[in-house]
Design a protein around this ligand. Sequence first.
Ligand code: MN
Ligand code: ZN
Length: 670
Amino acid sequence: MAAPSVAMDTNHQNNFKLNKTEKKFLRKQSKARHTLLRHEGIGAVSYATQSLVVANGGLGNGVSRKQLLPVLEECGLVDALLMPPNKPYSFVRYQTIEESRKAYVTLNGKEIVDDLGQKIILYLNFVEKAQWKELGLQTLPPGLMVVEEIISSEDEKMLLESVIWIEDTNDQNFQKSLKHRRVKHFGYEFHYENNNIEKDKPLPGGLPDICDNILENWLKKGYIKHKPDQLTINQYEPGHGIPAHIDTHSAFEDEIISLSLGSEIVMDFKHPDGVTVQVMLPRRSLLVMTGEARYLWTHGITPRKFDTVQASEHHKSGLITSDIGDLTLSKRGVRTSFTFRKVRHTPCNCSYPFVCDSQKKETPPSFPESDKEASQLEQEYVHRVYEEIAGHFSNTRHTPWPRIVEFLKALPSGSIVADIGCGNGKYLGINKELYMIGCDRSQKLTDICRERQFQAFVCDALAVPIRSGSCDACISIAVIHHFATAERRVAALQELARLLRPGGKALIYVWAMEQEYNHQKSKYLRGNRISKGKKEEIISDTSMQGSLVDQMGNQDSPSSVSSITDVEEGGCNSRKIANSELPIHTNRTSFQSQDVLVPWHHKGNPGKDKPVEPSSPVEPSSPDPSSVFHRYYHVFCDGELEAACQTLSNVSILQSYYDQGNWCVILQKV
Ligand code: MN
Ligand code: ZN
């Protein structure tokens, strides 16, 4: 059985000129790269790493370890050579990047002879990690067991009839129950909003008596080791699901069991590395999760009306393989699950500290070293935070800034204007003569815009789904400073420029490192806040408040009392140290670093920011009213924003100025 080559053509043609040959290899190499990604999910990277995927150098191609290893070792010390069964590729990891780079350069296009004497040409690409996961899903997650026919049909019927679902049609909950699964708790109430239980508040009555005999029987037979004291009954109509989650470690002991009644269902288990295993839970079966399956793998049910199941072993429990010759569909019925857990009274000390809430340490984020780290930092310390504080944030954002209003009012009527990072939409209605559309990374903030009858959608400022050259103007107010690398900030500016038609203008505001500039003092400095007369209040309200700084007291202001000299010493000339911890800014003091975490003291009504519907057990707990959130900022030095704009193609800087602790630029597309 010959497996197909990744790159089909293995002839090599010596009569080409060198650059033609090179071109051909590049083409083949890139083809191999695409094939690997499309068919095998292996993503190559465009930078040098220690590891390479060797297309065509695989067991499935008839290349043995004995043949391949010496070839690879010519380039350096091989740490590992992974050769997956029946695959036309392998992975090699060298001890150093220099060695892997040498292999990349010298072995790409290299011809080797396979076991049958056939010539094979190798194509190499860098990968993040030399790893391979069997996509055939041959085993269940460790610690997982499905016991078929654990109870009789009579017991099933009895259990189902014992559940009384109280439904009050006048209650809003009735509507919810149509859209979401129904839930009932015994022993302890399970709170989906924080995925936990109140250990000191057991529910009266304990577990239903009817369960007692059944549990004793399972204990006796050894299916379970501990007697549970908490029961959650869920009812899933076809189309219902439950998001992927791990049951909170600190809340429950190791063993979690779930009895499936009424109908079978396919449950998805996912390892943090990305391996997904689909497990058939037949009607009247018991799922037992322990160890790795309970602590490390997530489990969830995809909301859908059909499951893909094994055709030949339709009735069988357990693994659903990826054998594409043996799959069919199964229509879901109403499934009722009885999930039994044992409440934990001591902290969890499992072997998976990364996913263990008992063992999790709050490690402060550090300065990003790569684009990936930057993106993760933004996700955690910008996107997630705005989503959490959206309601409170919006309540503090009313007053538009005069010079931004001036910009918008000066635009010709009928102009098409995009507000990239529109927040709660406070600039969207400034000039009724404009066609304004807003976008923001935060779903909740765009929802607020829509409630206010503005046009707004969710998107990332690095990829705005608006046609190039279609805007007469754009504004980007207090957005670019949330990108964590210089490259990403330039990319965000470039994206703004892309939207503009020739002649179109963009107004950009970012926080300034300098909070005092050219005799213009930010009023946010400590002890300098105007708070006496009403008239002064109005001044402060119109000149310094807005989406850039918070109206509520002394938080969220980019201010300092320090002189320019202080600032220069402390920040603009100081070098960033990769992997160094990001400092937490003290509000209303000078910035000690250009890259900082700025605290947001959450004072909002907690109910406003949390979902009304406890839709997901993995939903982060609702913010404590007194909690502090940290947002990442890169505060700009004098000249930095202009310099970034000057790297853009097709734009000229019309104007740049300082406005209340912000650096501002007006660009024009040429
Ligand atoms: Mn669960
Ligand atoms: Zn744990």
